[in-house]
Ligand binder design. Structure first.
Ligand code: C2E
Ligand code: CA
Ligand code: CA
Length: 869
């Protein structure tokens, strides 16, 4: 076989060989072993009165194995033929006749109709006027590509002369027809004359008898009848073919079957007939419908994916991006184009988990999907987008198995940008645990942190944990008098200091208002804890520079508790620390107290005391002692300071340190202060009336800063003076330096009003409150009392002396009189006098005394006179 032509010829020969000698349906391979069949075929044609031909689809080229003209023996070689007789027959020459006889067949093949067998009796009129019947039979060569058909033409005008080979081929064609899966029905004048078994099966017709003779139209659905008839009407000439068209076949059981119909003009029993081939296309139809439905779903799916808020990215086996939707582009931007695998999210930069910890590369969603073939759902990944902005993504990914039609696209992932949501959640979570002002933990955040520290620490670590509870003294005053903005500044400064001073702190919190707490590790024992608390107290007590430039100091009261000493429940520990803080407060401001088992009792006592204090005034349990103030120049007693005492029915004598703080915490201070003013003024008025020397003595009364806040001080003052008849000028109000923290209008106005009213004003405990010196200038005061802590160092401590000297100089510069408090010995008095102080007060002169012991001061006594000299 050297050329395609030779090949084709060889194959054709082989096929015929099969037809002749091999059993039907022999394997295709067997054909190829037989050579020279073409010559044999030609020989057969020569020996018999049939002509063998071969036809090859799709061109339907005909190979004649013997000339067709051989069948025309005895005719005028130059005469013309008419096919079919009488019908628009254009005369043909003998050489054209073979083609004309095979024309119907050729047309069906060209029209794409495939069949397995074919039979046609074609008539023509020879030049001598005789009508000849030519039998054309053909059979499809099984499994041939392109399709091949093998056939014969024989003259059957004389029925007695049907050649043997025709019978043989016909038998085979019949066999093929009988076994065809397509229904092959022949009808004549509209009535069925033949159907193959497939026709009966497809039409659900019970028997051949039931089929024969019925109208062919009974097989076609009424809906399709008109169009079917129209198409069939095109079949005018023998060999005309109607290409496959679709129609519904009506079955005898009432059901319908979609079929493809092809029809050709043929003959039956020598008379014109129509052969109809019906092919069951229900499966193809179903497949087409399924495909169409699938395509529609896919289209809808694609549209839905495109419209998704979520980004969808399909990643191939190598991690490259295979497909994306618009949202993916919106969310991931250029990372999609340059990235590979998880880089489409991270851009190759660091990624973090929700808690901020680094995200291991092999735990990122695509990595997991690509390498481990595992799905992940809503994995939150924190990344930097290409503009450097933090972005939070929620990624779900799923590797697709090959069975899911995922040939190259092996991972589908969806990604949402949850930055806004995450930030909001983070903020809400943060706000739930933190104080927005200082950024420190709030109470609940602190308790959570403490509880987890308790639970995760080993025994040794636990022993070294200490909790501090800070409460700023008189913070309410700062807030009320200087305004909340200043209050906030102070709180921020405190927070900042705590942060700076406690680098190892486990949790730092602003619990509420002016209350702070901290849990610090590595505090080995009680001494260390107390020392640490002292340290913190000192640091927090340093004056704060306000944005206005002013300095302001707030002292903390600090309670502390070692976790070694208490329970293991964070809230209980905090409560103990709180208790210790209250204890510190009770001892006086700016103190430190450590929790111990007895403290709960003390706190209980404190509550009881506060309760008792409410009725102390009415029950007459309060009384006053008086301590004289004398001139340093001549020793003369110039005034008396009233100091309150509480004769507690069960506890005995209580000093102010035990209860004034308590009173200040509540509104009780107003009643207490009012009572002191009234009782003091009344006493002083009596003394003035009784002792001429007392006439120009003043009465000093301590006024709590809380009394200055409210509106009650002036009325109380007026009433006390009115009732006693004491002139305003006989009264000195002592206000502690820390009570004068403000520049605010209310306090200044108040002080101004008091001065105009005629009372003297003194700053008590001067030097402890860090009030700015320039501020002092603006206060309408006329005395400063230098705090006992400085006076005690006079004669022994050069530093204290320098401070007292400076205060004195400053005071004098402002036209104020300077009083040295707490003078306990002569040396102190001597130095105070040397440094220029004007008055003094202290145990050296006299301890606070009961009223009955006071008049002695106005009767000159030799001893007193000597002491003053
Ligand atoms: P303060 O105004 O500084 O009063 C002086 C305190 O020092 C008095 O204590 C007094 O007994 C004590 N003292 C006087 N001389 C000496 C001395 O030479 N050495 C020592 N070590 N101490 C001396 P007291 O009576 O216990 O009062 C304590 C504080 O209670 C007072 O300090 C004052 O701030 C407050 N206080 C007393 N009475 C009242 C009152 O009626 N109203 C208000 N708001 N506070 C009062
Ligand atoms: Ca005082
Ligand atoms: Ca004082």
């Amino acid at each position: 076989m050297t050329s395609p032509g030779a090949d084709r010829q060889g194959m054709a020969d082989a096929r015929l060989g099969l037809l002749r000698s091999a059993p039907p349906l022999a394997p295709a391979g067997a054909f190829d072993q037989i050579a020279d069949a073409s010559r044999q075929l030609t020989a057969i044609s020569d020996l018999t009165n049939v002509v063998v031909w071969e036809l090859i689809a799709p061109d339907a080229g005909i190979i004649w194995h013997a000339p067709f003209e051989r069948l025309l023996a005895g005719q005028d070689p130059h005469g013309t033929y008419l096919v079919p007789p009488g019908v628009d027959g254009k005369p043909l020459y003998a050489t054209e006749l073979g083609e004309a006889v095979l024309a119907p067949l050729v047309q069906t093949v060209r029209a794409g109709v495939t069949w397995e067998n074919y039979e046609l009796v074609q008539e023509f009129q020879s030049p001598d006027g005789e009508v000849h019947k030519m039998l054309v039979r053909a059979v499809a060569v099984p499994d041939s590509v392109p399709a091949r058909f093998l056939g014969i033409v024989a003259d059957v005008s004389d029925p007695g002369e049907v050649p043997w080979i025709t019978a043989d081929v016909g038998e085979r064609l019949t066999l093929l027809v009988e076994h065809s899966p397509d229904a092959i029905i022949v009808h004549q004048d509209g009535l069925v004359v033949y159907t193959n078994p497939a026709g009966l099966r497809m039409g659900a017709v019970k028997s051949l008898e039931a089929a024969i003779g019925r109208p062919i139209t009974s097989f076609i659905s009424p809906d399709d009848l008109t169009s079917t008839i129209a198409r069939l009407a095109q079949l005018k000439d023998p060999g005309d073919v109607v290409k496959g068209f679709e129609a519904m076949m009506v079955r005898d059981d009432g059901s319908e079957l979609p079929v493809e119909v092809a029809s050709a003009r043929t003959s039956w029993g020598g008379k014109p007939a129509f052969q109809v081939i019906l092919r069951d296309v229900s499966e193809r139809k179903l497949a087409e419908e399924a495909a169409a439905a699938r395509a529609a779903i896919e289209r809808r799916y694609a549209a839905a994916v495109a419209a998704l808020e979520e980004g969808v990215v399909v990643i191939d086996r190598e991690g490259a991006v295979a497909a994306t939707n618009d949202s993916a582009t919106r969310i991931l931007g250029t990372r999609l184009h340059v990235g590979h695998g998880d880089e489409i999210f991270t851009g190759g930069r660091r990624a973090v988990r929700e808690d901020g910890s680094p995200f291991p590369i092999d735990a990122l969603p695509l990595s997991v999907a690509l390498s481990r073939r595992e799905a992940t759902t809503n994995v939150v990944v924190g990344v930097r987008d290409e503009h450097g902005k933090d972005q939070w993504l929620s990624v779900s990914s799923r590797p697709l198995g090959d069975s899911e039609g995922a040939d190259n696209a092996t991972v589908v992932c969806s990604v949402s940008d949850i930055t806004d949501r995450k930030q909001l959640l983070d903020r809400l979570a943060w706000e739930a645990r933190n104080d927005p002002l200082t950024g420190l933990a709030n109470r609940s955040g602190f308790l959570t942190a403490v509880q987890s520290a308790i639970e995760t620490s080993d025994e040794e670590t636990l022993q070294s944990l200490v909790m501090f509870f800070f409460d700023l003294d008189r913070f309410k005053l700062v807030n009320d008098s200087l305004g909340h903005a200043v209050g906030d500044e102070v709180l921020l400064a405190v927070a900042e200091r705590l942060r700076a001073t406690m680098p190892d702190v486990i949790s730092l919190s602003r619990l509420h208002g002016d209350e702070f707490a901290a849990l610090e590790p590595n505090v080995t024992d009680t001494d260390a804890a107390l020392q640490r608390a002292e340290e913190l107290r000192t640091i927090l007590s340093r004056p704060v520079q306000l944005s206005t430039g002013r300095m302001l100091s707030v002292t903390p009261s600090i309670g502390l508790v070692r976790l070694a000493d208490v329970g293991r429940e964070a809230s209980d520990v905090l409560q103990d620390a709180d208790m210790a803080m209250l204890q510190a407060k009770t001892r006086g401001r700016g103190r430190v107290a450590i929790f111990d088992a007895g403290l709960r009792e003390e706190v209980g006592n404190r509550l009881e005391l506060e309760h008792d204090l409410r009725t102390a005034v009415e029950n007459g349990e309060l009384r006053l002692e008086y301590q004289p103030l004398a001139s340093l120049a001549n020793g003369r007693v110039l005034g008396l300071e009233a100091l309150v005492r509480w004769e507690h029915p069960r506890r005995g004598l209580l000093l102010p340190a035990r209860f004034v703080g308590l009173a200040e915490e509540s509104e009780l201070i107003v009643a207490l202060g009012g009572w002191v003013l009234e009782a003091g003024c009344a006493q002083m008025a009596r003394w003035r009336a009784m002792y001429p020397e007392a006439t120009d003595s003043f009465l000093a009364v301590n006024v709590s800063p809380r009394q200055l806040d409210g509106q009650q001080l002036m009325p109380a003052l007026r009433s006390a003076l009115e009732k006693s008849g004491l002139p305003a000028g006989a009264l000195m109000l002592e206000i502690t330096e820390s009570g004068l923290v403000s520049d605010d209008g209310h306090l200044n106005g108040m002080l101004e009003e008091l001065r105009e009213f005629g009372v003297r004003l003194a700053i008590d405990d001067f030097g402890t409150g860090y009030s700015s010196l320039s501020h002092l200038k603006r206060l309408p005061v006329s005395y400063i009392k230098v705090d006992r802590s400085f006076v005690s160092g006079l004669g022994t401590d050069a530093e204290d002396e320098r401070i007292v000297a400076a205060i004195t100089e400053l005071g004098h510069g402002l036209g104020l009189r300077v009083i040295a408090e707490g003078v306990e010995n002569r040396q102190q008095r001597h130095v105070a006098r040397e440094l220029g102080c004007d008055l003094y007060q202290g145990y050296l002169l006299a301890e606070p005394r009961r009223p009955r012991d006071i008049p002695a001061f106005w009767r000159p006594r030799p001893s007193a006179a000597r002491a003053a000299s």
